[in-house]
Design a protein around this ligand. Structure first.
Ligand code: G3H
Ligand code: 13P
Ligand code: ZN
Length: 308
């Protein structure tokens, strides 16, 4: 069935594990992820960004996800990733999503609260859950000094007030992760002290980690060895994600690792088979690579295998 993340998060919080939220853009990605989850009996969040919706169309994605749900019989939550307006959230809620994110993190605090609350009121009325965001992910690595960096991380005082005033069901926070394949210039570092403080202020409340791809070195290498150029790509180490999953983090967002797997696999395939031109010949292995990665994440990083 298509479900909200309510039960998933409750069990994940209590069990000290996290649910994987994987971005989907086409059939092969959806199949790779859902086949993996089925094999290890894991609950699943499939998330759709505004860009994904623009690329593949809402109805196509919804129907592909429904097909995956029928094929696997798994509880799947369909989530809007980084909704930037009330209208977009409303359109996804009306169109069958069970969860939406309203990302007002770029707005001043009071405006973020106002927009988030508006989405929460509409969503809850329809039985849909809402993820909010507080703190700025991208700004951190560009910060020129420590006080500027501190200002970008989520403030625990504000997190507590934000959750109480908006009624959101989960909160994405900034503790040092960032989107994409270049997350750290030097050593990887996450502010677990901030996560711990937020957990203290909001006991039992599910926290979300964006920008949580590990940027798996074997796929970066595969890309670079087959004509690609991604020097310095670096992600969040797996042991840090495991630690976060044991704490209040119930949802871990992964997109870049899937992109790298697809790109590496296809680059290698063409390098080795320059005369081939049947898309099934290279999309098939790309789908298999996604499946392998997702299984690895579920078992070795998220710890949600057997929890569906
Ligand atoms: O956080 C962003 C996700 O990786 C989705 O990216 O907006 O390019 O689809 P996108
Ligand atoms: P990555 O770029 O680390 O995969 O993060 C994805 C994400 O946060 C989607 O919302
Ligand atoms: Zn994100």
């Amino acid at each position: 069935p298509l479900v909200t993340s309510k039960e998933m998060f409750k069990k994940a919080y209590e069990g000290g594990y996290a649910i994987g939220a994987f971005n989907v853009n086409n059939m092969e990605i959806i199949q790779g992820i859902t086949e993996a989850a089925k094999e290890v009996n894991a609950p699943l969040i499939l998330q759709v960004s505004a860009g994904a919706r623009k690329y593949a169309n809402h109805t196509y994605l919804m129907k592909l996800i429904e097909a995956a749900e029928i094929e696997t019989g798994l509880p799947i939550c369909v989530h809007l990733d980084h909704g930037d307006s009330f209208e977009l959230c409303k359109s996804c809620i009306d169109g069958g999503f069970t969860s939406v994110m309203i990302d007002g993190s770029h707005l001043p605090f009071e405006e973020n609260i106002k927009l988030t609350k508006q989405v929460v009121d509409y969503a809850h009325d329809k039985g849909v859950v809402v993820e909010g965001e507080l703190g700025r992910l991208a700004g951190i690595e560009d910060a020129v000094n420590v006080s500027e960096e501190d200002a970008a991380f989520t403030d625990p005082d504000e997190a507590e007030e934000f959750v109480k005033r908006t009624g959101v069901d989960s909160l994405a926070i900034a503790i040092g992760t960032s989107h994409g394949a270049y997350k750290f210039k030097g050593e990887a570092k996450l502010r677990f002290d901030i996560l711990e403080e937020i957990q203290k202020r909001l006991p039992g409340f599910p926290i979300v980690l964006h920008g949580a791809s590990s940027v798996m070195p074997e796929y970066v290498e595969m890309i670079n060895n087959n004509g690609g150029q991604m020097p310095g790509a670096k992600g969040v180490p797996e042991d840090m994600l495991r630690q976060a999953a044991k704490m209040a983090v119930c949802k871990i967002n992964i997109d870049s690792d899937l992109r790298l797997a697809v790109t590496g696999t296809i680059r290698k395939y063409f390098n080795e088979n320059p005369s081939h031109f049947d898309p099934r010949q290279y999309l098939g292995p790309a789908r298999s690579a996604i499946k392998e990665i997702v299984k690895h994440k579920i078992i070795n990083v998220l710890g949600c295998d057997g929890k569906a």
